[in-house]
Write a protein that binds this ligand. Structure first.
Ligand code: UN1
Length: 496
């Protein structure tokens, strides 16, 4: 019998009302089942949202530094359980063990950062225009946050949202991706073990039905979502209608530019990691390489050579660089984009098909793939593939390279390799993205820096860093008049 998992509501593990389940398998060994998880519906979301609403008053009135103590314990437990969590994460979503250790590390860093922020959560004091009057702004928690995340960073990305939300005094209903439910369950247990009170954090498994019920629920005051553009747009429409605060983070089509003066060894190492790390399944993955024409041909040859050294396999085995895609749907999508690229006239230089030698046949493996002669208007240069497929474009100048990099509706991450300080500063200004790396690949954001994108990648909010604490709080403006008389504000007293 496979393990059967439950939802975590009001401090207890509970079955979904309807009893429906979905199964999750190891994408590297599809015969290996991770477990059965509840396919939750509106009733389950309702129970979780009500529990959160009930827990909110006590949690929000707990002094913030005391909430910080719990966050610090969460950081300690994550540190203790790092390897065990990473092993299970790799089993469930496929990326190599070293990367899942990194994923947990990002959560650890986020926990300690959020813990320390509970001793700040600054408001402002501001002079009044009237005598004997004191003006200030303070932060108030919003209420209950509904958090919906993707599977590719199944510990780190949820915690980018959960920890700041908790630090600010909010209660939470979290729906992990159907492709990473086990990581979500382990995280819920860990939060409970660290002392998060019952009802403050609730976990509801499931797919679109659970997600929609969560976004619609009247007890959910704010929603933060990381995932696809299509789903983000739907959530945006609902939150607009219901006046809910919403943070969206939805994908990218990130470009690395390499100029002729760059350290080319560094640029090569960078693109190999940026494009094929996490099997290209990061929203920050490098999916376009824009090469200056002076170095184009030689760089492509060296890249093709380096790609041969990438070892595909089960991420919990030693020496594996590239894990599987997450499921059959992803495999089909990537294969379809390879056909699209070929029919558009790009040159398939290597890869382009499912990898099936030996044990790879048991998983959703796809060969690292490189397209050359890609034109900026081709679909493989514009649309997010979310797989190990790199499109190479050629530019005659910095200006053309920047134009190509910007020719997409996404705007998450970007990179330029150059030793020319002036060009580096121009790129920092010109590249239309929430993140720009100079002499680094498009992946690898640090937990204490704002993370998010412009254009169709996001809606103006950021995960991570100091800005996320604005998302999880409302500003309350406070005036204290200690003059003992009615003092009219200047605007109400302006006849003279
Ligand atoms: C994502 O793919 O949703 O910067 C996040 C990076 C990671 C985060 C990726 N730290 O590549």
């Amino acid at each position: 019998m496979p393990d059967a998992f439950q939802n975590f509501v009001n401090g207890s593990w509970v079955d979904a009302e309807q009893g429906a389940t979905f199964e999750k398998v190891n994408p590297a060994r599809t015969q290996e089942m991770i477990g059965l998880f509840p396919e939750s519906g509106a009733a389950d979301v309702d129970a979780a949202a009500r529990a959160a609403r009930k827990a909110f008053p006590a949690w929000s009135s707990t002094p913030a530094p005391q909430r910080g103590e719990i966050l610090r314990r969460i950081g300690d437990l994550l540190t203790e359980r790092k390897k065990a969590l990473a092993f299970e994460e790799t089993r469930e979503m496929g990326k190599p063990f070293a990367e899942t250790c990194g994923d947990v590390q990002e959560a650890i860093d986020t926990a300690y950062y959020a813990a320390s922020e509970t001793r700040r959560l600054f408001g402002r004091t501001v002079p009044s225009e009237l005598p004997d009057k004191f003006n200030m702004s303070v932060r108030r928690p919003i209420g209950v946050a509904g958090l919906i995340t993707a599977w590719n960073f199944p510990i780190a990305v949820p915690t980018w949202k959960i920890f700041p939300a908790l630090a600010c005094g909010n209660a939470i209903v979290f729906k992990p991706s159907e492709e990473a439910p086990h990581s979500g369950a382990l995280l819920a247990q860990l939060l409970s073990d660290a002392g998060v009170p019952p009802g403050v954090f609730n976990l509801v498994h499931g797919g679109a039905a659970a997600g929609e019920a969560l976004v619609e629920h009247p007890d959910i005051d704010a929603v933060s979502f990381t995932g696809s553009n299509a789903v983000g747009s739907k959530i945006g429409a609902t939150c607009g209608r219901l006046h809910k605060r919403l943070a969206l983070e939805m994908g990218g089509k990130n470009a690395q530019i390499v100029m002729p003066d760059a350290d080319l060894d560094l640029a090569l190492e960078g693109v190999l990691w940026g494009a094929f790390g996490t099997t290209g399944q990061r929203c920050t993955a490098t999916s376009r390489l824009v090469l200056h024409e002076a170095i184009h041909d030689a760089f492509v040859e060296r890249l093709l050579e380096q790609m041969q050294t990438l070892v595909l396999g089960y991420g919990n085995d030693e020496g594996v660089h590239v894990g599987p895609l997450v499921n059959q749907k992803a495999l089909d999508k990537v294969a379809r984009y390879v056909e699209v690229g070929q029919s558009e006239g790009a040159t398939l230089r290597v890869g382009g098909k499912r990898a099936t030698e030996g044990a790879l046949a048991e998983g959703f493996f796809f060969e690292p793939t490189l397209f050359a002669d890609v034109a900026p208007d081709m679909r493989i240069a514009r649309e997010e593939i979310f797989g190990p497929v790199l499109s190479v474009l050629k530019a005659a100048s910095y200006e053309e390279a920047a134009r190509i990099a910007n020719a997409t509706r996404y705007g998450l991450s970007s990179s330029i390799y150059t030793q020319d300080v002036s060009l580096a500063y121009r790129a920092m200004r010109d590249l239309e993205a929430g993140i720009t790396y100079v002499n680094g690949p498009t992946i690898g954001a640090e937990a204490h820096m704002p993370f998010g994108g412009i254009k169709h990648t996001g809606n103006g909010h950021r995960d991570g860093g100091w800005e996320v604490f604005d998302f999880y709080t409302e500003t309350k403006t406070v005036y204290v008049d200690y003059s003992g008389q009615l003092q009219k504000a200047q605007m109400d007293n302006a006849a003279s």
